[in-house]
Each structure stands twice: as C-alpha cells, then as structure tokens.
Design a protein around this ligand. Structure first.
Ligand code: HXC
Length: 258
C-alpha cells in the first residue's frame, strides 16, 4: 500500500499522506514517496494540488518520533535536510497548492501545511510546533515559515511554549484561510481548487511565482519580478481570447493553457 497517494479529479490532484495507523507521521519512506509523487505531477495538466491526510484524526502528527529518537547529530541534520528539500519542492511547485488540514497538524505536519500556498482547516484541526517538548527545534522549516505567516511574536510564542492551537485561533492569526465542519472540508477544498483550475493557468502559475519570488527580495527588485511575469502572459492564446471576449462583451472560452 502506498504511503503517499495521488488521485486526479479533472484538473485537480489530491495528494494523501496515507499512514493513518501512525497518524500519518512522516518517516523516511513517507518523505521519499512524497518526493517521488511530487516529481510525477504533470504541471501542464494538473492545475491545482490538494494535500491532505488519510483517516479522520490527523493531517500529519509530525515527523516520526520513534525513527528520530536515536539519531546522531549528523543524522538529525541529514533528516532535516531530507524533509526541507522535499517541502521546498512542494512550496515551489509551479501550480497552486491547498492543504486540507483534517485533524492534527503538529511539528512536521504543521510544517507540511505551511509549505502549501493556502491552508483550509476542519473544525477539528489542531496546529502546533511541539518540538521543544521533545528536546529539538522545528526542523522542516517551522522556525522560518511560521514566523512569515503569523508574525514573529506569535510564532515565537507558539514555538517556545510548544502550545497547540485549535482551528479558530489558527484562523484568527492568519495561519489558515478558512475553517469548515470536518465533513465539508474536502468538498470546500475541491471547490476552491476547481475555481483556481478554471482560471488562466499560465497567469495563475505566474502569480504564484511572482508572490513567492517577489517576497524574498526588496521592493525595487520585487516589482521587476512582477513586470517580467506580467509581460510573459501576453501573446498567449488564453490572454488573447479572454481579453477579446471582454471587449466583445461575451463569456470567454475555457482556458487552454497556451
Ligand atoms: C510517530 C506517532 C506520531 C509521531 C502519533 N503516532 N504521532 N508515531 N511519530 N509524530 C502514533 C502513536 O505512537 C500511536 O501508535 C498512533 O500514532 C496513535 O497515536 P496516539 O498517541 O495513540 O493518539 P492520541 O492519544 O489520540 O494522541 C494524538 C496526538 C499524539 C496528540 C497527536 O499522538 C501526539 O502527541 N503525537 C506526537 C505529536 C508530536 O509531538 N509531533 C511532533 C513530532 S517532532 P501506536 O502504535 O501506539 O498505536 C517533528 C519534528 C519535525 O515533527 C522536524 C524533523 C526534522
């Protein structure tokens, strides 16, 4: 049985971490399967990816504590790099990604969700970086991405205290974009993904790149990043046909990704 599954529904991919008996904890094998599944996604046909966890209880309850318990310093660093490289691949996947957080998102699970563009949570979701209670730091990007998403003070409070937060608090601090009853979460995630998939794919991918790349540099460089990507959308068939439809006061044709 695969520990990471990919299902395609029209133009939307649904990636599921499938190790429910261990609350989808990330061991070497899960991380390596995640890497391979990400490589397998054809970003010219899949227009949005949803990431979720199998079962009713957890998105991902963290990196596998049993596997980490005996690591040497060098092995610990290598394990951090293994996860960081794969999570960065997810973060920089050219298409938009939505984490559908259906339960515990702790440690590496919170970090996995933060490597996605958008987080939608069930009312049962719990977020946290409990690592200091285990004698380690967050190691799959948590010290960096949490501060960028919720601000330095909130991130430090959560990380130093190892306090888990429930969905309403995650919504209030901007860690998640919306909260739904558990049974509605996937349908809502799929609805959002379908809406994204219906927009001009070249433009959507350019927006993701502009936001991701532009926020890493100063504003003078950032607006140049935007200008280049803005320019790259022109002369595409989708740009030409959508603007022609507007000018001619008719609905545009479905986008063709060219
Ligand atoms: C390994 C885990 C696990 C984890 C749960 N399990 N989380 N195994 N690593 N992170 C396993 C349990 O051992 C148990 O297996 C089964 O899943 C069910 O979990 P229970 O604890 O029995 O469930 P429950 O009592 O409902 O408690 C749920 C929980 C708890 C509150 C989420 O499981 C928990 O605290 N898990 C650890 C959360 C955590 O600390 N995560 C951060 C890890 S550090 P058995 O075989 O007994 O049924 C991290 C660092 C990332 O993520 C960076 C690394 C470089």
């Amino acid at each position: 049985m695969a520990l990471v599954e990919l299902e395609l529904k029209d133009q939307v991919g649904i990636l599921t971490i499938n190790r429910p008996e261990a609350l989808n904890a990330l061991n070497d094998q899960v991380i390596s399967e995640l890497d391979k599944v990400l490589d397998s996604i054809d970003v010219n046909t899949v227009r949005c990816l949803i990431v979720t966890g199998a079962g009713q209880k957890a998105f991902v309850a963290g990196a596998d504590i049993a596997q980490m318990s005996g690591l040497t310093k060098a092995e610990g660093e290598a394990f951090g790099k293994l996860g960081n490289d794969v999570f960065r691949k997810l973060e920089t996947l050219p298409i938009p990604t939505i984490a559908a957080v259906n339960g515990f998102a702790l440690g590496g699970g919170c970090e996995l969700s933060m490597s996605c563009d958008i987080r939608l949570a069930s009312e049962t979701a719990v977020f946290g970086q409990p690592e200091v209670g285990l004698g380690i730091t967050p190691g799959f990007g948590g010290t960096q991405r949490l501060a960028r998403l919720v601000g330095m003070g909130k991130a430090k409070e959560m990380i130093y205290t190892a306090r888990n937060i429930k969905a309403p608090e995650a919504l209030a601090c901007g860690l998640v974009q919306a909260v739904y009853p558990a049974e509605e979460l996937m349908a809502e995630a799929e609805k959002m993904a379908a809406r994204i998939a219906g927009n001009a794919p070249i433009a959507v991918r350019a927006c993701k790149k502009a936001i991701n790349d532009g926020t890493q540099v100063d504003m003078d460089k950032a607006i140049v990043v935007e200008e280049k990507l803005f320019g790259s959308c022109f002369e595409t068939k989708d740009q030409r046909s959508a603007m022609a439809a507007f000018v001619e006061k008719r609905k545009h044709d479905p986008f063709e990704n060219c």
